[in-house]
Design a protein around this ligand. Structure first.
Ligand code: FDA
Length: 426
């Protein structure tokens, strides 16, 4: 038997969303051409698919009904091209072809009709089996080197031995939930092959507030807030959405989406501040006017009840106490200086953020292998021919709503097909 008989055509490192998608698309190209192939997925985890199973609260928010590059951070020109290659319609049809029917909720998020993430994982794994893709769990990849003896390809060193392959698809994910298998080692593999890796920080992560705050008393309450992040005094992000008060601080979609900016600035030792406008539709001037109208119209109404028309009353009480105003004061009796302080607290509240909640609570990683080092038409490395990168290992992170999985499917589609077409097997 010659060495060529033992060479795999494509080895995919990582059996997460991106790796499974890439293997399926690679195997489909070969199956269509009626050729034999050896496509293998190696994953360090004993059981694959942990992130798919825990995603979307166990329901897996597979994608979003409308996807644009502005839903992501990273090089938006490249992101736009990648997303255009595998549209929302194509993705829905692909899932239907796998037997996964999706439903769109009024938030625009798509979930399997079964409301079970397991449906998605099972369908992907079954399709791999149908196509003859080998899935090797408990195979941690420690190193990837260029093959020396037979001219081209790679030698993969893993926990069970070595493997020769013509193409490698690196789909090792980021650093969030390290116990799932995505512990950031993929970045070291990429670096050893010559790639850069930008600063990686948690994204879509809750924020922990200082103990002096009132968050504990409001635990479980959520309401709309406009969050603004300022770095070194400069505005970097504003967004409006639901904020959830918790026993440790703040969470909810708007906080999760904004967290990457706080984490990045903090990692880079830059001064960063997060402000909340609890009256997202109003400026402080409009709030002042509203307050004075209320004081004229219903002068004896308490502060808490008055504010309760705009924000949850429990929150209004906590905020008043926080700035040392009695929430039961009749609004007309409120001294002007207290009214000004209250308006400021309502419209430009500086959250005393102590830290982010850590990698065990982050849904994704911001930062990674720069998209400029990849040919977006194929997802092949511009530095290492035969190496492809997909999914979260790349420097691209989406907001909450199915955008990160869409990135995994789209990059998997491009790399899977390109690696199979360019491989000697095609
Ligand atoms: P992923 O991390 O999924 O997979 C990487 C794989 O590589 C892992 O299986 C790991 O074991 C393996 N691996 C790593 N290093 C290795 C090595 N050295 N050798 C071998 N194998 C190795 N997104 C979304 O769009 N909708 C949602 O509902 C959610 N919900 C959600 C909830 C929670 C709690 C989290 C943590 C995340 C989400 N996400 C999400 C984000 C989404 O799960 C994430 O972006 C994708 O799973 C990333 O897919 P990848 O395949 O790139 O990496």
């Amino acid at each position: 038997m010659s060495i060529h008989d033992k060479i795999h055509d494509v080895a995919v490192i990582g059996a997460g969303a991106a790796g499974l998608a890439a293997s399926i698309f690679a195997a489909e190209v070969v199956a269509k051409a009626d050729r034999q192939h050896r496509i293998v997925i190696l994953d360090s985890a004993k059981k694959i698919g942990a992130k798919i199973l825990i995603s979307g609260g166990g329901r897996c928010n597979v994608m979003h009904e409308v996807v644009a590059s502005t839903d992501y951070c990273g090089n938006r020109r490249i992101i736009k091209n990648v997303l255009a290659a595998f549209s929302v319609d194509q993705t829905v049809k692909w899932f239907a072809s796998l037997g996964v029917e999706l439903k769109c909720e009024n938030t625009g998020k798509l979930f399997p009709v079964t409301d079970e993430a397991r449906t998605v994982l099972q369908a992907l794994v079954e399709r791999c089996h149908e196509l003859g893709v080998e899935i090797q769990s408990n195979h941690r990849v420690d190193d990837i080197e260029h093959a020396k003896d037979h001219g081209h390809g790679f030698v993969i060193h893993h926990s069970q031995g070595i493997l020769h392959t013509r193409k490698v698809i690196l789909a090792t994910g980021g650093r969030s939930i390290p116990k799932s298998g995505s512990d950031g080692f993929g970045y070291s593999l990429a670096r050893r092959l010559g790639h850069h890796v930008t600063t990686t920080v948690p994204a879509l992560v809750p924020l922990v507030l200082e103990d002096t705050m009132f968050h504990k008393t409001l635990s479980g309450l959520s309401h709309d807030v406009k969050l603004t992040t300022m770095v070194k005094g400069r505005h970097v992000d504003s967004r409006t959405g639901s904020l959830l008060w918790t026993h440790f601080g703040i969470s909810g979609p708007v906080v999760m989406d904004a967290s990457r900016f706080w984490c990045l600035a903090q990692e880079q030792d830059e001064t960063v501040a997060v402000y909340g406008n609890f009256l997202p539709d109003q400026t402080s001037e409009q709030a002042q006017q509203w307050f004075m109208d209320q004081a004229a119209g219903t002068p004896r109404r308490s502060l808490a009840r008055t504010l309760g028309q705009l924000v949850p009353e429990r929150f209004a009480e906590a905020l008043c106490l926080h700035i040392a105003c009695d929430p039961q004061t009749a609004i007309a009796q409120l001294p002007r200086k207290d009214r000004d302080r209250l308006i400021e607290a309502l419209t430009a509240f500086r959250f005393p953020v102590e830290r982010h909640r850590g990698w065990n609570y982050a849904e994704v990683t911001a930062g990674g292998v720069p998209l400029e080092e990849i040919n977006y038409r194929t997802m092949e490395s511009k530095l290492v021919p035969g190496l492809y990168l997909v999914g979260e290992i790349l420097d691209c992170d989406g907001r909450i709503g199915g955008f990160n999985f869409q990135w995994a499917w789209a990059t998997g589609w491009i790399a899977g097909r390109a690696s199979a077409m360019q491989s000697t097997m095609a």
